[in-house]
Design a protein around this ligand. Structure first.
Ligand code: ADP
Length: 499
C-alpha cells in the first residue's frame, strides 16, 4: 500500500510537540511492515537544509500568493524515507516556528501556507503531481494538513482514500470567513455543514467532515472529544461521524528513547542495571545545582520530580506551581523544562528563586537535556487538563521514571494507578488523580513519596513500567487495518449532519 503522510512538522527537522515525534516514527514502522511510505512537508529552511538528494518533481508556479512553487522529492536524513517538500520561498522560508513569528504571533498568511500543503497532497492523490507515484492513502495530521481531505472530496473520486488524525482538537486553524475565496474550494463546503464554524472558516472541520476515516491518538481521547467537556465545540461533528472516529494509541521510537543506548545520558541502564539510573540521578542533581542525596537506588532522600512540557493551560502546570511549596517541604525536588505562556514561565522562574537547591527551572527547548532529565528523575509529572495521548509519560515508563498523571485521555490509557489492588496484582505502573486541583495533585505526589520509602515496592513499580511495550509495531498494524477500511469506504462521506 502506498501511504502519504501530510504534516507540518517532523522530528528532528521541525518540532513543536508530540506531532513531530509521531510523524517521524510511524512512517518508519509502516515501512518496516512493508508499506511504501512517503511524507509531504512544507519547505521551511530547516527542512530544505536537512533533506538529502532533493530534485524537482514538478514546477507548480504561482499559487496561494506565492510566485515560485516547486514540489521536490528528497530523502529524510537518517531514515532515508522519501519525502516530498513544497519549496515555496515566499510562504515558508522565514525564521520562527512553523506557525508563529519570533514574537509569538501567528503568521498572517497561515491560511495560504497550510492550504497549499493540503492542495499539493490532493494533487498527488489525483495523479496530477508525480507521474511515478500515486498514494492509496493520504494520511493528514492535524489542522495544518486537514484541507487535503476537503480538496480530495471536492475533486471527486480518486483511487486514494483520506485518513485524518486529530493530535489536538484545541488547535483548529480558524480563519476569517472572508478568506474563503483564497482556498479555491467550491461554495458547497462554505456552510455550517461544511467548513464553517460559528462564522469562521475551520481547517479542523475540513478533516472532520471530509476524511474517509478519522483517528485520534488514544481510545480515551476518542471518547472524550465526542463530549461537550472536551469537544471544543466540535463534539456534535464528531458524534455525527459515529464509528468513523477511532483512537489509536501513539507509540514511541524505541531506538531514540532507550536508556540502554541513549548517548545523551550520563550512564546507560536498563531494568537489570538500575545502578546506572542512580548515576544519572546524581549527575542530574550536580548539573542542575540540586542538593545531592542518596535517593534513587536506595529509595531514600528527595523525590526528584521532572516536568518536560509546553507551558500552557492545557498541561495543568498551575497545579504544580500551587502545590510546589508544600511538596518541597515534604522532600520533593523539582526539575522543570519548558517554554510557553509568559506568565507560567515567570511563575516557574520565581519558584526556582524561592527554593534554591530544591527547584531548578530551564525555560527553553532542548532535546538532549530532556533525555538527561528523563534518565535522572524519579518521577515525571503530567497533570494535564486534557491530553490526547501524551508522550513524556511513555518516555518516563521506559526510563524507570514513574509517571504521576491526571486520569484523562492517553494518560488514562497508559498509566495504571498504584492502588492497593493494582500493587497487589502487579499491574501498577504509576500514579493518577482525577480532580484538576492542586490538592489532588499534591496527594498523588505524596502517594509516590510514601511508596518510594519502600525500595522493593518502588523498584517493582519501575521495572513494570520499563517492561511495557509502547513500540510503533502495534499501532502501525492498527493503522494498516484502518486504511483497508478507508479504501472500502472511499468517497462515501456525505457533507450532511451536525454543523
Ligand atoms: P504536546 O504534543 O501536547 O506538546 P506530547 O507529550 O505529546 O505533548 O509531546 C511533547 C514532546 O515534546 C515530547 O517529545 C517532549 O519530550 C517534547 N518537549 C516538550 N517540551 C520540551 C522542552 N522544553 N524541551 C525538550 N523537549 C520538549
Amino acid at each position: 500500500m502506498r501511504l502519504l503522510h501530510v504534516a507540518a512538522e517532523v522530528f528532528p527537522l521541525v518540532k513543536t510537540g508530540g506531532l513531530a515525534d509521531v510523524v517521524a516514527a510511524l512512517p518508519v514502522a509502516q515501512a518496516e511492515q512493508g508499506a511504501d511510505v512517503r511524507l509531504l512537508l512544507p519547505g521551511y529552511p530547516a527542512v530544505l537544509e536537512a533533506v538529502q538528494g532533493a530534485r524537482t518533481i514538478i514546477d507548480i508556479g504561482a499559487c496561494f500568493g506565492a510566485l515560485r512553487v516547486r514540489l521536490l522529492l528528497a530523502r529524510m536524513p537518517g531514515s532515508k524515507l522519501p519525502v516530498y517538500v513544497i519549496d515555496a520561498p515566499y510562504l515558508y522560508r522565514r525564521d520562527g516556528s512553523p506557525y508563529q513569528n519570533l514574537q509569538g504571533e501567528e503568521w498572517p498568511d497561515n491560511l495560504q501556507r497550510f492550504a497549499l500543503l493540503g492542495w499539493v497532497a490532493a494533487h498527488l492523490a489525483a495523479d496530477d503531481a508525480d507521474p511515478l507515484w500515486v498514494p492509496d492513502i493520504v494520511h493528514a495530521h492535524d489542522w495544518h494538513a486537514a484541507l487535503a481531505c476537503a480538496y480530495m472530496a471536492e475533486h471527486g473520486p480518486t483511487r486514494a482514500a483520506s485518513v485524518y488524525t486529530v493530535h489536538n482538537l484545541a488547535f483548529q486553524g480558524l480563519f476569517p470567513m472572508h478568506d474563503w475565496p483564497a482556498l479555491g474550494l467550491g461554495s458547497r463546503l462554505m456552510s455550517p455543514t461544511g467548513l464553517e464554524f460559528h462564522g469562521q472558516l475551520s481547517f479542523m472541520k475540513a478533516g472532520l467532515k471530509c476524511a474517509d476515516r478519522i483517528t485520534t491518538v488514544s481510545p480515551s481521547y476518542a471518547r472524550e472529544i465526542a463530549t461537550h467537556e472536551f469537544g471544543c465545540g466540535l463534539d456534535g461533528v464528531i458524534r455525527g461521524r459515529g464509528a468513523d472516529v477511532v483512537g489509536v494509541l501513539n507509540g514511541i521510537d524505541p531506538a531514540l528513547w532507550n536508556p540502554a543506548t541513549d548517548p545523551a545520558i550520563a550512564t546507560r541502564f536498563d531494568a537489570e542495571r538500575l545502578a546506572g539510573k542512580h548515576a544519572c540521578r546524581l549527575a542530574l542533581q550536580a548539573e542542575l545545582g540540586l542538593q545531592a542525596d542518596e535517593g534513587g537506588e536506595a529509595g531514600q532522600g528527595s523525590l526528584l520530580l521532572t516536568v518536560i512540557s509546553r507551558l500552557t493551560a492545557q498541561k495543568g502546570l498551575d497545579l504544580v506551581l500551587a502545590a510546589l511549596p508544600e511538596l518541597v517541604r515534604a522532600g520533593v525536588q523539582f526539575a522543570v523544562q519548558g517554554t510557553g505562556e509568559p506568565a507560567l514561565e515567570a511563575a516557574f522562574r520565581m519558584a526556582q528563586q524561592a527554593h534554591p537547591g530544591r527547584v531548578h527551572v530551564h525555560i527553553g527547548y532542548d532535546e538532549a537535556r530532556a533525555h538527561r532529565l528523563m534518565a535522572g528523575a524519579d518521577v515525571i509529572a503530567v497533570p494535564s487538563r486534557f491530553e490526547p495521548c501524551g508522550l513524556t509519560q511513555l518516555y518516563g515508563l521506559r526510563y524507570g521514571t514513574v509517571p504521576v498523571v491526571r486520569r484523562v485521555g492517553g494518560l488514562a490509557d497508559t498509566v495504571v494507578d498504584a492502588s492497593p489492588a493494582a500493587l497487589a496484582d502487579g499491574s501498577a505502573t504509576g500514579f493518577s488523580f482525577d480532580a484538576a486541583t492542586p490538592a489532588a495533585f499534591e496527594r498523588c505526589v505524596r502517594r509516590a513519596l510514601e511508596l518510594r520509602a519502600h525500595p522493593a515496592a518502588w523498584q517493582a513499580l519501575m521495572a513494570r513500567g520499563m517492561a511495557q511495550n509502547y513500540s510503533w509495531q502495534g499501532p502501525a498494524q492498527r493503522y494498516a487495518a484502518l486504511y483497508e477500511e478507508a479504501l472500502g469506504q472511499r468517497g462515501r462521506v456525505g457533507l450532511v449532519g451536525a454543523g
